[in-house]
Write a protein that binds this ligand. Structure first.
Ligand code: G3P
Ligand code: CA
Length: 356
């Protein structure tokens, strides 16, 4: 491009403006073909339907989420499946079906065994106000099945936001994931897949396998991540309330936080996924890693910020004002409405239309 002759000061200002543009969230997102701000449906629309099930992902798709978030694990017979916890006890009837293996890892089960579990009734018991009889028939899903859901409506095109969960338990899962995404034609679609992990080794392997696919290094305070100022780990503290404990935690110092941003960048990530404190605390509330200076430091390094996991308007508002570029949420509908995205139908109406 030919730049017309400018006085020295004007040229300096122009160059400064061009540089600033390259490190703001919307420009960084655009360069990666990632929507801004991004609506990431955490384990699907998991506030209104059992997490990581067909109902949750169909609902997230129909609401208009940008991404279906999922946690990837592998069965004993080598099938990629979508389960958050290391064990199945919280989200299935494994204790009744396989009592001797109730505390065994997901990798101890064949796909047929996982498919025989009820992955929805736990939700009806935990959240009677959101319960539906049809949830009792939900199953654990394979990655292929979530891809089918993402591709299943020509008018809705959510991307996939895939986390390698406990990757040390699954050697070679990064390569296996690449082969699956390639076979399904998802590696030719810029910004349609984002890969995420807490594990720096897995980040390196993902980058090695899929250098062109955007990656996010997830951040929190604790073991194998950011060192806390308190020097304490929740597991070693005498605390009862996990969320209250984490709400008090902060990085050891500024340099420790910046060191993790630099590690993300060096590992090939295009952004970070920091934790946040929720205003009502609860199970998914962690340390606050979205302070404005933190988000600014990320942007200065060319890194996007996708915060996990917020569900309330007051928290969406605080996070956006602090400068994040997208939010993991269990309530994709609420976040879409908060952003003023067009015509978001009611969750109950959609679930009914979907047959639940
Ligand atoms: O993947 C972002 C967020 O999901 C990380 O937390 O434990 O819900 O997977 P978790
Ligand atoms: Ca996750």
């Amino acid at each position: 491009m030919r730049i017309p002759a400018l006085p020295a000061m004007g040229l300096a200002l122009l160059l400064c403006a061009m540089n600033a543009g390259a490190s703001d969230g919307p420009s960084l997102a655009k360069a990666q073909h990632v929507p801004h701000p991004a609506v990431i449906a955490h384990r699907g629309a998991s506030f209104d339907a059992p997490e990581s099930t067909r109902a949750a992902y169909l609902l997230a798709r129909e609401l208009g989420a940008d991404y279906l978030e999922l946690d990837l694990q592998r069965t004993r017979d080598n099938v990629l499946v979508v389960v958050h916890d290391d064990v199945l006890a919280r989200t299935s009837d494994v204790a009744e079906r396989f009592p001797e293996r109730a505390k065994s890892p997901v990798s101890d089960f064949t796909l047929a065994e996982l498919k025989s579990l009820d992955a929805g009734s736990w939700f009806n018991k935990a959240y009677p106000d959101r319960a539906r009889e049809s949830f009792g028939k939900l199953q654990i899903l394979t990655l292929d099945e979530v891809i089918d859901i993402a591709e299943g409506n020509p008018e809705r095109h959510p991307g996939l936001y895939i986390e390698t969960k406990v990757p040390k338990q699954f050697p070679g899962i990064e390569k296996q994931l690449k082969e699956k995404l390639q076979a399904r034609g998802w590696l030719d679609k810029p910004g349609r897949v984002i890969l995420q992990t807490f594990d720096r080794n897995s980040l390196a392997l993902l980058h090695q396998q899929m250098p062109q696919v955007p990656k996010i290094l997830l951040l929190w305070i604790g073991k194998d991540s950011i060192e806390p100022k308190s020097g304490k780990d929740f597991a070693d503290s005498a605390e009862q309330d996990k969320a209250a404990f984490y709400a008090r935690q902060e990085p050891k110092d500024r340099e420790e936080f910046l060191r993790w941003l630099d590690a993300a960048k060096a590992g090939g990530a295009i952004g970070t996924g920091p934790s946040a404190v929720r205003s009502n605390l609860g199970e998914q509330s962690y340390a606050d890693l979205i302070k404005p200076w933190m988000n600014k430091a990320s942007h200065e390094r060319g890194l996007l910020v996708h915060v996990y996991t917020l569900d309330e308007r007051v928290d969406f508002d605080r996070a956006m004002k602090a400068g994040v570029d997208g939010i993991f949420t269990n309530r994709a509908g609420e976040l879409l409405r908060f952003y003023g995205r067009a015509q978001v139908p009611a969750e109950a109406q959609l679930l009914k239309a979907l047959g639940y």
